[in-house]
Structures are given as structure tokens and as C-alpha cells.
Design a protein around this ligand. Structure first.
Ligand code: PMV
Length: 323
């Protein structure tokens, strides 16, 4: 059957989730990190016109909220994104439009849901004004919302989500998208504990201020692991990547951002034969990422579930994975 044309114009933008493979926290202090998109979970935004005089409305489907832009407080992340885009596009009068947002990315779990929702909104609004913004411009706009959400973000989330490619990222430098040299199978297991990125980033900063030499040395160790991991990813060497993830988890533990729930999942994965396992993102909760050989994936998944994982998402990083 032929598809029906929509009765009203509709502009759409979407964006994937993400995981940080290695380098979180140290990336805030100028060290490199590696992040990859997770295309199986996405945020989507639609823009539909409203009758004249209605102004701009936002419907956050997952939060079951609908509100007028002009009534939203300055710290509302969705409204902040919309206002940032209107400003960047030179829109002077609030358009009569409804922005509907929906996401399958679990919230507050280190999978970049905030950055993805903002990216989807930026893309949908740009499309509605006949503009297709390059990834760097999208990323810069989304960074404004990241600052609102996280305080002092490194910028890695908005960068990987806007580029939708595996990236090697160092603050203040152009991101370097790269292509893995083989397939890497990951399980992303949720501890079920919300991940307070702002809190862990604040705690690490306080600890760094109290003992800069110790923390700078830990950040340097992470930087070394990230450099090696990039080469191992490009060579398709999953055993080496797994070993480097384990070492990264060891340093994250010393930074004080692991937790009993994370440790339980990491241990269960390793005992079931995973190649590597570590927390991803802010820590103290959120998700654990586990690198597995494809034939071990069911065994490891079941071990993670037994150890308390509330959700397990699979993702494959493959050479051909392109936007
Ligand atoms: O919790 P997430 O996935 O948003 O990641 C935070 C990563 C940190 O390095 C801890 C902070 C940052 O801004 O890079």
C-alpha cells in the first residue's frame, strides 16, 4: 500500500546513544578518551506547525509533559536547547510549532540520553528552517545544553552523538573519527542505580585539588591506556582492548568512582569469560560495558543478569559502521 503523505508538514531529527569506551574523568583534565555511538537506542524529535499565535510548545513524551516554551524556566534542558537553536538560526519571533521528543535511551545511566535528545531537537529545528548543520555545529549547540546538565562537561558526549562515529576525543582539539579494524561485541549492563555524573565529576575535582600529583599520575595512566586502545581497536585486537578496559577499570576504582553494584557486574562478567569489563561514564552507578567474544555473549549476558543487571543492551562496533 502506498504511504500516505502527512496532512501537515513534519520535520524530524534523531541521534544515537553513546558509550565511553575508555578515558572518562581523565578527559575532563585534557587527556584523550574514546567514545562510540550506540545506534540501537535513539532519541527522535519531530516539529509540527501549530495554528498562528500559539507560539512554541514542547512535548516530552517519556516524561509525559507538555508545556509552552515561554513558560519554561531557564534551566529546563529541552527549552534551553530550543532557545539556543532559535538564537543560532537568527529566529527572532517564536515560531508557532510543537516539538515532540521521544527517546529509547535510558535516562541518567551514562548512555548520553541528554546529549542525544538535544541533538535530535537541534537537527529537527534546523530542518524546519531548511538548514542541514554539519556535525561540528550541531555539537557546539548541544554543548550549551550539556553545560546546563553537567556543569563542566568535557564535550565528549555531544561530539560522539553529533558525529555518530567512533571518535578519539581530546578537549580543545578537533575530534578524530576513526574506523575499527574488526568487529567488537559489547554488552551494556545497567546497574539500575542512577548515575550522578555531576556528583562524581565534582568529587573527583575535590580529590584532585587535595592531591594533584596523585590524580595527575592516575589521569596520565588512563591517557596511556587510551592511546594503546586506539591502536588495538584499529588493529581489530579484541583481547588487547579487553585487557586495556580492565586496566582502565582498575584506575577508575582508584579515582573513587566505582561502586559495589559496578564491581559485582564487572566480576560476574569476567568470571563468565568476558574479555574486559569496566564502568562507563560518570560511575557510582549507570552502566558497565563488557567486551565479549561473540560465542560467549549469551553466557556473559546471563551471568550479568544473575548478578543484578536490570537491563542488558548489545552493541557491535563494526568497521562498516558509518552515519
Ligand atoms: O556520565 P556520562 O556518560 O555523561 O559521561 C561523563 C564522562 C565524564 O568524563 C565523567 C565527564 C565528562 O564531561 O567527560
Amino acid at each position: 500500500m502506498a504511504a500516505l503523505a502527512p496532512s501537515v508538514p513534519l520535520w524530524t531529527g534523531s541521534a544515537p546513544g553513546k558509550i565511553i569506551l575508555l578515558g572518562e574523568h581523565a578527559v575532563v583534565y585534557g587527556r584523550p578518551a574514546i567514545a562510540v555511538p550506540i545506534t540501537r537506542v535513539r532519541a527522535v524529535a519531530h516539529v509540527v506547525p501549530l495554528a498562528a499565535g500559539k507560539g512554541t510548545w514542547i512535548e516530552a513524551r517519556d516524561l509525559k509533559r507538555r508545556y509552552a516554551l515561554r513558560e519554561a524556566p531557564a534551566d529546563d534542558p529541552l527549552a534551553h536547547t530550543v532557545r539556543t537553536v532559535w538564537r543560532a538560526l537568527g529566529v527572532e519571533q517564536e515560531p508557532d510549532a510543537e516539538i515532540v521528543v521521544h527517546s529509547t535511551i535510558p535516562m541518567a545511566s551514562g548512555l548520553g540520553s541528554g546529549a542525544a535528545v538535544a541533538t535530535a531537537i537541534v537537527r529537527a529545528l534546523a530542518a524546519c528552517f531548511g538548514r542541514q548543520l554539519p556535525p561540528d555545529e550541531v555539537s557546539a549547540l548541544v554543548y550549551e545544553t550539556e553545560k546546563l546538565l553537567h556543569g563542566t562537561p568535557s564535550g565528549i558526549d555531544n561530539t560522539v552523538v553529533a558525529h555518530e562515529r567512533p571518535i578519539w576525543f581530546r578537549r580543545g582539539e578537533p575530534p578524530q573519527p576513526f574506523t575499527p579494524g574488526g568487529c567488537f561485541h559489547f554488552l551494556i549492563a545497567d546497574t539500575g542505580v542512577p548515575s550522578p555524573t555531576r556528583a562524581t565529576v565534582t568529587d573527583v575535582r575535590a580529590a584532585w585539588q587535595a592531591d594533584p600529583a596523585r590524580y595527575e599520575a592516575l589521569f596520565d595512566r588512563i591517557a596511556g591506556l587510551v592511546e594503546q586502545a586506539r591502536q588495538a581497536l584499529e588493529h581489530g585486537d579484541s583481547h588487547q582492548v579487553g585487557a586495556l578496559m580492565d586496566e582502565n577499570q582498575d584506575v577508575l576504582r582508584r579515582l573513587g568512582v566505582s561502586s559495589p553494584e559496578i564491581e559485582r557486574l564487572v566480576r560476574a562478567a569476567k568470571e563468565a569469560g568476558a574479555l574486559g569489563a569496566k564502568l562507563s561514564g560518570g560511575g557510582r552507578g549507570g552502566n558497565v560495558i563488557v567486551l565479549v567474544e561473540p560465542d560467549r555473549h549469551l553466557v556473559v549476558r546471563s551471568a550479568l543478569q544473575t548478578a543484578g543487571a536490570v537491563r542488558c543492551v548489545e552493541t557491535v562496533l563494526a568497521p562498516e559502521e558509518k552515519p
